[in-house]
Design a protein around this ligand. Sequence first.
Ligand SMILES: [Zn+2]
Ligand SMILES: [Zn+2]
Length: 158
Amino acid sequence: MDEAAREAVIAPHRRSGQLSGRCLCGAVRIEIDGNYVAAVGACHCVMCQRWSGMLFGSFVAETKAVTVTGPVRNYASSSFSERGFCETCGSSVWLRSTDPDEPEIELLPGLFKEAADFVLLSEIYTDLAPSYACLRGDHRRKTRAEVQAKHPFVEGDN
Ligand SMILES: [Zn+2]
Ligand SMILES: [Zn+2]
């Protein structure tokens, strides 16, 4: 799928507005004021399985629209990305690029009440999905080989 086709899939879910989220203990607060995509992508790679305990899902917001306060720590999970978590309660907060100019950040939908009605847009590393994490619906699905043909990846995600 090229960029134009990808954008056609995402476009109906683009939103602009305010969303508030928080971690389990409440020490980390996330405010979105600006552009985000009201749709979730799920990942079954082994790194995401380990990090989340089962299934990782995220939605994208414009980096400059996001304000985070509280004790977030980062774990560099690859040479090009890091995973943020609350140092008090351990809630996953973000998966983001280490490139400071990256315009988008991936946030965890479970931190936002308003995200409960976001649609499931895509599912990747489907061939690695454990049997207890099958997602129903007709969303886009990609295997590990299909993902890795087009995106950077690290050894150890399988
Ligand atoms: Zn917390
Ligand atoms: Zn993953």
